[in-house]
Design a protein around this ligand. Structure first.
Ligand code: PBG
Length: 331
């Protein structure tokens, strides 16, 4: 006898792990991750990033073993970020298109060893810029149109080195179209663009800037990165990037922007990535180290939430840890 006359009971679909597995709406595979890797010049050196436990900056010769261990887990897409020595930085980021620089040399080497992987670059001036901004600075202003040719030189050098996807993270207006045109004119019609479409001016980039020593020397990034109060503006950026020739879009950061991920997913036909950024990683690690949360469970929940919100691709420093867990539990 049903004493409470309650025919509709959602709990029936949660009764066992077997049933929960049957009705699970979202599945996140290691192959949907991009693993960002920090690089530094030199050889045989691994420098822990203090604010990102478990993440090291590595020299180029250590990349192959790093990549191999990810491939074993089913992760086959990577983003590379260089930490450039101060002495090599200048106002126009000339080191960025020096074809013998350690970043481009590493791209060339990795794509020769692992032609099957997807390698994504960072296109922005900040790692190479003595001003620490993503664009060219004059009289305290970040100039848009003067930055575009610099980004194009950087992009062509990366395309020449064999990068699969350019990752313009600079947020200059018109850069996707400008870079697409430069690539096509130089014959790189197969080099794609994963555009940082809606990149917000965020406090969550802190650990990344420590890792690369790339913080702006003065001012902030609010005249080019987006205002976190805005969602509609992300759709405008998405429309522009799509019309300029982007192959994939991105929302960044991820966690405070799940609504933006969802909105862009609904409005665009392009594949969408979300970048679970350094500060989002650091928060979970810090709380877990203090014993305040279960870091592993929090990681699983956070990564699933990003995918559930609509991101086809999850860019995360947790990728390897997720891959290790995924392999273990699927045995
Ligand atoms: C720089 C760039 C940043 C990140 C990726 N590319 C930092 C910034 O814009 O200041 C942040 C990634 C992270 O925090 O994990 N163009």
């Amino acid at each position: 006898m049903n004493m409470t006359n309650l025919p509709l009971r959602p709990r029936r679909n949660r009764a066992s792990e077997a049933i929960r597995t049957l009705v699970r709406e979202t599945v996140l595979l290691p192959g949907q991750f991009v693993y960002p890797i920090f690089m530094e010049a030199g050889t045989n050196t691994r420098t822990p990033v203090k604010s990102m436990p478990g993440i090291d900056r590595v020299t180029a010769d250590l990349l192959p073993s790093e990549i191999e261990s990810c491939l074993k887990l089913g992760i086959s897409a990577f983003m590379l970020f260089p930490a450039v020595p101060d002495a090599l930085k200048d106002k126009t980021a000339t080191y960025s298109w020096n074809s013998e620089n350690f970043y481009l040399t590493a791209i060339r080497d990795i794509k020769t060893r692992f032609p099957e992987i997807c390698l994504i670059s960072d296109v922005a001036m900040d790692p190479y810029n003595s001003d620490g901004h993503d664009g060219f600075v004059q009289d305290g202003k970040i100039l848009n149109d003067e930055t575009l040719p610099i980004l194009a030189k950087m992009s062509l050098a990366q395309a020449e080195a064999g990068i699969d996807l350019l990752g313009p993270s600079d947020m200059m207006d018109g850069r996707v179209g400008y870079l697409r045109k430069a690539l096509d004119e130089a014959g790189y019609t197969n080099t794609g663009i994963m555009s940082y479409t809606a990149k917000y001016a965020s406090a969550f980039y802190g650990p990344f800037r420590d890792a690369l020593d790339s913080a702006p020397k003065s001012g902030d990034k609010k005249t080019y990165q987006m205002d976190y109060a805005n969602r509609r503006e992300a759709l405008r950026e998405a429309e522009l990037d799509a019309s300029e020739g982007a192959d994939m879009l991105m929302v960044k950061p991820a966690l405070s922007y799940l609504d933006v991920i969802s909105a862009v997913r609904q409005h665009s036909l392009l594949p969408l990535a979300a970048y679970n950024v350094s500060g989002e990683y650091a928060m979970i690690k810090a709380a877990a180290q203090n014993g305040w949360i279960d870091g592993h469970k929090a990681m699983l929940e956070v990564l699933m939430s990003i995918h559930r919100a609509g991101a086809d691709i999850v860019i995360s420093y947790f990728a390897k840890e997720y891959g290790e867990w995924y392999l273990k539990q699927s045995r």
